[in-house]
Every structure is written in structure tokens, then in C-alpha cells.
Design a protein around this ligand. Structure first.
Ligand code: ATP
Ligand code: 9VF
Ligand code: MG
Length: 432
């Protein structure tokens, strides 16, 4: 028995098309991509369908049952008869028809429901210190605006059903994805019906995206990188851009042996290389090389993508952006490190607390926290590993995740909002 013919083959053989309402059309021409077929009918309609053997379109074409013939297509009797008689099929082949499954009806996902995320809370404008620069002024301004608008629009007659019943799980997911902050409480029983609320939020998000397009046109992650570079350069740090693909050997030289957790998180390529999980190895090499060239103290930094296999969702990305700044030589004290971190986070307008911690790479670390979120691990060297990198001077350094900084700044529930993504632009859901 042969497999069912593809939709593409059916279209080619039949030379006619059955609309959803079982109206028979002539096919003037059709285009095929790897996933879709676009049919141009003789009457001038253009229909795009999935190029699937199992689709409803494929099934109707195999069944040859039509309700009426399109008058505008002016189909000849011969074309219609050929379709009905199926005399183009190879009589030696029995085609398999898909058994009709009596399972639960397939859930039809509305646009964007599949990639829904979690609700966010409002940006941390209130705690922004005076010296702060704005990472993404639009996002903050828009959020504030939205809060006041939505307050007005929810002053409706109370609805008797409880909020839990009000939205189905998929409707809730869709609404959560559309929220940029906690501008709307989805448990509020006075909310309008789903369709109305969804339409209102979609139009706000569209307006915000258009506003970005007309005004700043800056991506919040890229803008943050630029702001951090400008800050560190102004503080005397030299900017580095090194390879993202690094020798796997560097991981081992960082003391991360095969049986260590971080080693299992490394994305390896098949030529003894890997995607860097951190910036430190190459920065070590720079300290060694520039240490021979530049005056003391030496200040260097790099900002760029890092990769780790992760399983925990809302604060971890597999592809994230790290800034690592470090100083070698004079003045490498804990006090100076903390002072630098304070100036850095004050400049970015992000509140923090300092905690002591331990890590397997450096031993004792100075962890920078925003609530429960680790923004950075910072270290006061020297450490024994320095020997393996040809470093014999004291150093201080800190590594911050940029997406975590955005999460803290805008109070995003999920780190994905500010990450490299096709689903979010500056925290705004893009599937509108
Ligand atoms: P965590 O314990 O939260 O997994 P970590 O201690 O493994 O983080 P470090 O190696 O100290 O992370 O990296 C320095 C900084 O880089 C972290 O403080 C964090 O801001 C950021 N970072 C690390 N891993 C990730 C990740 N998977 N996604 C986003 N940011 C990350
Ligand atoms: C602290 C975070 C080893 C002297 C070239 C710079 C640091 C930063 C730790 C980072 C890591 N270390 N993700 O080192 O600044 O390396 O684990 Si240097
Ligand atoms: Mg850490």
C-alpha cells in the first residue's frame, strides 16, 4: 500500500481546488514552498494552505465530493469529470486513507497562544536613583501610560462569574503574554470579556511598538550594552571583543573539570571548541598580554553572548549576555570593588544588596543581589588558578548578566522579555 498522495501531488493531478465550502474551482497556477501551497484559482482567488497529506484540503481532494461548481472559473465538463473519476491515479496502487480519529477535538490555538509567558509587574521607576540613566525610556513611559488607561477601562459593571472561570487557561496565557506589566489584574472579576480585553491590549501593544519605531528604534538589550560600554570606558576600562567560540581546554583550565556541574552545561562543538559559558578565560589572556604593555593598574571589560545549558526557566537563559569588568594591579581591594559596583548599578538605576557566597571556580565571591535574583558574582583576587594563566598581580572583577539587569529594572517576571528573542521586543509581545 502506498502512502496518501501529498497535497502538492493532489493539486497537480486534479488541476482543481475544493474550497472550504466544497465549491469546485479551477487552478490557474500554484506555488509550492517547503511548508505551504499557494493556489491561484481561475476566478482570481488566492488561497494559502499547509502542504500536508493529512489536511482537510487534502482529504476533500481525495474524496472528490463537491457541492457546487464556481461559475466564474468556467470549468469544462472534462476537468470536472476527471476530478470525479480520479482516472489519473495508478490503478495498481491502493492509497491509504487516514482513519478518522474520534479523540477530543483538536485545540485551535489562537494567534500567539503557544508562546505565552508570565505576567509582569510594574517597572521600578520609584526606586530609580537620581543619577540613573534610562535603559529604555519608552518601555517605562508606556507602562505608566497603560496603567492609567487600563484603570479607566475596567470601571464596568461587576460580572458575577469568578475570575478563574472567566478565562480559559489558553485565554489566560494569551492575556499574560500581552501584558507588559501588572497593569491589569487578571483575577479582577470586573474585567471585560476576553475578546474585548484582548483587542484592547493588542491595540495598546501595537501602538507601543509603532511608537518605538517612530521614536527611539533602539532594542533595550543593545541599548543597555551601549550604556554599560560608555560607563566603563568613562571609568578607564578598555573594551574587548573576543571570540564566542573558544577552545574547550580553557574550561578545564578554569578549574571546571568534566564531573563539575558547569562542565555539563557547556555547549561543545565537534572540533575541540565550545560556545563560551563565561568571559573570564579570554580576559585572563588579555590581562596577561596587556599587563606587559599598559600602565598599572590595568582595567579591561568585555560584553557579549555566553551560552550554558540550563533547566531553570524564569531567571536563566541558554543564550545570555554577560559583562565582565576587571582591574589588575594597584587598588584591587574589596572596598574598591564594592564602590565600582555601586557606581555601576546607580548609573543603571537598579537597587541591590551585597552578599557573600562561595563558588567552585574562585572560592569566596561577593554576590550582588536584587531581591532573590543574583545580578552578579564578583571576586577579589588573587586566586591559585591565576598561575595557570600567567597572572601574578592582585585583581578584582565582576560578571553581570544583562538580561538579569533588565529583569530587575523592569520587574519582568520572565527573563525572556529582555533577551534575544523573536517573541518579545523591549518586553512587548510581538505576536499581535
Ligand atoms: P546562577 O547561580 O544564578 O545560575 P551563576 O552563579 O551560575 O548564576 P555566574 O557564573 O556567577 O552565574 O555568572 C555571572 C552572572 O551572569 C550571574 O550573576 C548572572 O547575572 C549571569 N548569568 C549566569 N548564568 C546565566 C543564565 N543562564 N542566564 C542569564 N544570566 C546568567
Ligand atoms: C568575577 C563571573 C578571572 C581576573 C580575567 C576576571 C572575574 C566574575 C565571575 C563569571 C565567571 N571574575 N561568570 O574574573 O571578573 O567567570 O564565573 Si579574571
Ligand atoms: Mg554566580
Amino acid at each position: 500500500m502506498a502512502d496518501r498522495p501529498t497535497l502538492e501531488r493532489l493539486v497537480k493531478l486534479n488541476d482543481v481546488w475544493l474550497s472550504r465550502k466544497d465549491v469546485l474551482h479551477g487552478i490557474k497556477k500554484y506555488d509550492v514552498s517547503s511548508r505551504k501551497i499557494r493556489i491561484h484559482t481561475d476566478c482570481g482567488e488566492v488561497i494559502t494552505v499547509n502542504n500536508s497529506r493529512r489536511s482537510a484540503s487534502a482529504r476533500s481532494l481525495r474524496n472528490s465530493k463537491y457541492r457546487k461548481v464556481c461559475k466564474l472559473c468556467k470549468l469544462s465538463d472534462e476537468r470536472i469529470n476527471r476530478f470525479v473519476a480520479k482516472d489519473f491515479y495508478d490503478p495498481g496502487i491502493t492509497y491509504v486513507e487516514a482513519p478518522v480519529k474520534k479523540s477530543a477535538p483538536k485545540k485551535v490555538l489562537k494567534k500567539g497562544m503557544a508562546e505565552a509567558s508570565t505576567v509582569q509587574t510594574a517597572p521600578v521607576a520609584a526606586e530609580t536613583p537620581q543619577k540613573a540613566v534610562s535603559i529604555a525610556p519608552q518601555a517605562a513611559a508606556q507602562t505608566t501610560q497603560t496603567v492609567s488607561q487600563s484603570t479607566q477601562s475596567t470601571s464596568k459593571e461587576p460580572v458575577s462569574v469568578s475570575a478563574k472561570e472567566k478565562f480559559s487557561p489558553s485565554q489566560r496565557k494569551r492575556l499574560e503574554a500581552l501584558l507588559i506589566s501588572d497593569e491589569i489584574n487578571l483575577d479582577d472579576p470586573n474585567l471585560p470579556p476576553f475578546e474585548e480585553l484582548e483587542a484592547e491590549m493588542v491595540s495598546k501593544r501595537k501602538a507601543e511598538l509603532v511608537d518605538i519605531y517612530e521614536n527611539s528604534r533602539e532594542h533595550m538589550l543593545a541599548k543597555l550594552e551601549r550604556d554599560i560600554s560608555a560607563f566603563l570606558i568613562s571609568k578607564g576600562f578598555i573594551e574587548i571583543k573576543s571570540s564566542i567560540l573558544i577552545p574547550e581546554e580553557y574550561i578545564i583550565r578554569m578549574g571546571i573539570d568534566k564531573d563539575v556541574e558547569l562542565s555539563k552545561q557547556v555547549f561543545r562543538t565537534d572540533d575541540g571548541k565550545c560556545l563560551r559559558p563565561m568571559l573570564a578565560p579570554v580576559l585572563y589572556n588579555y590581562l596577561h598580554r596587556f599587563g606587559k604593555v599598559m600602565p598599572d593598574p590595568l582595567r579591561i571589560f568585555e560584553i557579549g553572548p555566553c551560552y550554558r545549558k540550563e533547566s531553570d526557566g524564569s531567571s536563566h537563559l541558554e543564550e545570555f549576555t554577560m559583562v565582565n569588568f576587571c582591574q589588575m594591579g594597584e587598588g584591587c581591594t574589596r572596598e574598591n570593588l564594592v564602590q565600582l559596583i555601586d557606581e555601576f548599578l546607580t548609573y543603571l538605576g537598579i537597587s541591590y544588596e551585597i552578599e557573600g557566597d562561595e563558588c567552585m571556580v574562585y572560592g569566596a565571591t561577593v554576590d550582588v543581589m536584587h531581591g532573590d535574583l543574583e545580578l552578579s558574582s564578583a571576586v577579589v583576587g588573587p586566586v591559585p588558578m591565576d598561575m595557570d594563566w600567567g597572572i601574578d598581580k592582585p585583581w578584582i572583577g565582576a560578571g553581570f548578566g544583562l538580561e538579569r539587569l533588565l529583569k530587575a529594572k523592569y520587574n519582568f517576571k520572565n527573563i525572556k522579555r529582555g533577551s534575544r528573542s523573536e517573541f518579545y521586543y523591549n518586553g512587548i509581545y510581538t505576536n499581535l
